[in-house]
Write a protein that binds this ligand. Structure first.
Ligand SMILES: Cc1cc2nc3c(=O)[nH]c(=O)nc-3n(C[C@H](O)[C@H](O)[C@H](O)COP(=O)(O)O)c2cc1C
Length: 368
């Protein structure tokens, strides 16, 4: 099986084995230090073993064989693997970082990426086995919240070496959640949201989910509670095709559904109008709901409201009355590609401070 496009973290990227990785992968398997705790390599049939792994990737549902690269340079830094049970709910993982990259936290980042990927795909439990004497590997699992399940042993293939081992497990989707877990999930969700501009799977979005997303939008605050934002979800193939035809150059052309955001300029009090703030709050709520439900999206506003006024053509397709403006297009669908991380945000200290502009604490509370 394949993980598709690469899975990228801060410092490492995880991708499928390639034929050209043979030397690197087998070099690690049979290195006395790197392969010290690997249970399986058959030294007499290296090519055959590797070929088997490649064949399995092509047509069998029994595992993912992956290379770890440095995200910046693309240098190969290790290998890892994931093997699902029949129901696809329990995954056994393995990982091995090349000795030239030990003690840099790359193993931890790699396993975190795998956990993240598995959680998003509905895995419930992840297991891993480490040799009892492999302190680094055990510390990594402990640090990521794995719990010891039982003691075991494993033998190196056709060799007289046997290790005592510890089998670990981590539950990814607890059935009951405490308040702190919920808060953590919310913050993780906010951090995880990115603008997705890749291809979408042709899988329809159930109306129930589109409704939940719209409800999240309508739940946003609005200036003087004027509730100036309205929404139209589009999932009918014909209407969607007509909308997409209006978006030239095209964006999100493979999305199976979309939500169009409408606004109405209403005086909140005196001459004050807050419709921009209102629909912005609604859009962010919807982007988070979309992500929480396992879909991707992007806030398309600049593109459709530019001089060529795509918004007017879209509004005509949807029969939007003249006193409303169509201001934003949110595609909704399952990603066909691994979402890219957001462009980096400026450092916290450059944009946020305590007790005064620029980080110069003033007056009371500054301790001066
Ligand atoms: C008001 C507004 C208009 C936007 N319009 C577009 C757009 O027309 N096309 C696009 O690709 N992204 C658009 N975006 C998304 C931004 O480019 C994106 O949020 C930004 O680059 C930061 O990336 P992130 O969302 O992954 O954190 C828009 C975002 C906002 C808030």
């Amino acid at each position: 099986m394949r993980i598709g496009d690469s899975l990228t973290g801060e410092r490492v990227r995880v991708r499928d084995y390639r034929r050209s990785d043979l030397e690197f992968v087998t070099g690690m398997w049979f290195d006395p230090e790197n392969g010290a705790y690997l249970s399986d390599p058959d030294r007499d049939h290296v090519d055959a073993v590797y070929q088997k792994a490649l064949d399995r990737m092509e047509d069998s549902p029994d595992g993912y064989y992956l290379v770890v690269e440095l995200a910046g340079s693309g240098e190969r830094a290790g290998t890892c693997c994931m093997f699902p049970d029949e129901a696809g709910k329990v995954y056994d993982i393995g990982y091995c970082i090349h000795k030239s990259h030990w003690r840099q936290g790359l193993g931890r980042e790699t396993v975190s990426l795998l956990l993240h990927w598995l959680r998003e795909r509905g895995a419930q439990t992840v297991t891993a086995e480490a040799a009892a004497e492999n302190a680094a590997s055990r510390a990594l699992l402990d640090g990521l919240g794995f719990e010891v399940q039982r003691k075991s042993r494993f033998k190196k293939y056709r060799m007289d070496v046997e290790f005592e081992s510890v089998v670990y497990a981590k539950t990814l989707a607890p059935h009951t959640k405490g308040k702190d877990d919920a808060a953590m999930d919310m913050l993780e969700l906010i951090a995880k949201r990115t603008s997705y501009r890749g291809r979408y799977l042709p899988q329809p979005v159930p109306r129930e989910d589109l409704r939940k997303i719209m409800e999240a939008g309508l739940a946003a605050p609005s200036g003087c509670n004027k509730q100036t934002t309205s929404l139209i979800a589009v999932d009918g193939p014909e209407v969607l095709a007509r909308l997409k035809a209006a978006i030239d150059p095209p964006v999100a052309s493979t999305a199976p559904a979309a939500i169009c955001v409408l606004t109405r300029k209403i005086f909140a009090y005196r001459d004050r109008c807050y419709q921009v703030q209102d629909y912005s709050a609604a859009i962010e709520n919807m982007l988070l709901a979309i992500k929480a439900l396992g879909y991707e999206s992007c806030w398309y506003e600049g593109h459709i409201t530019d001089l060529d006024r795509i918004d007017l053509k879209m509004a005509a397709v949807l029969g939007v009355p003249e006193d409303y403006s169509l201001v934003c297009y949110l595609p909704v669908g399952k990603a066909a590609q691994e979402p890219r991380p957001s462009p980096p945000k400026k450092p916290f200290e450059e944009r946020a401070w305590f007790n005064g502009f620029g980080g110069q604490e003033t007056g009371e509370g500054s301790g001066e």
